[in-house]
Write a protein that binds this ligand. Sequence first.
Ligand SMILES: Cc1ncc(COP(=O)(O)O)c(C=O)c1O
Length: 400
Amino acid sequence: MNPDLTHLHPYPFEKLSQLKMGCTPPANLPHIALSIGEPKHPTPGFITESVIEHLHGLAIYPTTKGRIELRKTIADWLQQRFMLNGYVDPEKHVLPVNGTREALFAFAQAVIDRSQNPLVIMPNPFYQIYEGAAILAGAEPYFINCTADNHFIPDFDTVSEEIWQRCQLIYLCSPGNPTGAVIDEQSLLKLIELAHKYDFIIASDECYSEIYFDEDKPPVGLLQAACNAGYTDFSRCVVFHSLSKRSNAPGLRSGFVAGDALVLKDFLRYRTYHGCAMPPATQAASISAWQDEDHVAFNRQYYLEKFNAVLTILAPVMNVEMPQAGFYLWAETPISDTAFARQLFEQQNVTVLPGSYLARNTDSGNPGQNRIRMALVASLEECIEAAYRIRDLIENSLVT
Ligand SMILES: Cc1ncc(COP(=O)(O)O)c(C=O)c1O
């Protein structure tokens, strides 16, 4: 077996199951899960219908590059959303992927040169796939802690010259999971310049970019920052987008990567061998999904309603703030995050994810410690009920 497999960390949900073991939550309270980042709003009917309508296409092999109609739709969406002034060429700059997870993983396998003592930089806390991808690509993960002190944005000034020299790839997550922080355009530009100086690739995971709360201020993206600064070939920049969160369609497995044409050319070569073409019905449904914004705006409104309701209940008893974007609350806990999560489950039958499970220990500590991640994916009523139960625990029965 590949010995690197033994270096993979247990997934946070494995640790969570262990933590909850032996607890007996009250039988009269139905379970509420705020732990999993799986969208629960209904998938728009027209997306489902489109899948069904196109199932007759099963007799053909799809190509890895995907249909031009899909790539053109994606290019139009990108240009419109990030004001890219016609610089996105659907032939060169766009590839469909089966959700961002597989693409984020596969990307490291394609771009890392393992003969050069490689290093992959990522935020801490982070989406676990970045680390696993780096390890299995033969690279050393390097973490930049994202804490309240730096507004949960990676501070690139803390990275030494020696680390930049070994860096071949950096993962960004903006809007961030779990923090909801959006990396500002100036920081993105600084990183783009570092990427040119030290010759590394930026992989920006933007799968939460469409869940924001001010209709006039959508989060900025990496390609937008590159384009505005004159890097209109998007060199060294690749973004990852998905229909999972934007369109409540995680089961569709549809997303795309876009950016640097030379990088994508090699990534396509890798993917051809990997064998991960998007099924024809998924391609067809994805075209209709990327062409519609009404359902996305409606989705945002519903999340906003939930954030407002939950924060009104929780803000008086814990340090928790409205995120800039995304659907998570990254709240501070009055006791350790693991003890809090266990007591919450045991006493109130609500599951949240301890922050320390989403981060690694570093010389300056574990930036997930004393925080929990709450995904506001359930219905408004369930989110409100969960918030009241959390408040009840803190006010009445938390064992400190
Ligand atoms: C930060 C982040 N990136 C990527 C993904 C993967 O999403 P998908 O593969 O459904 O596009 C997730 C899913 O939870 C995520 O939280």
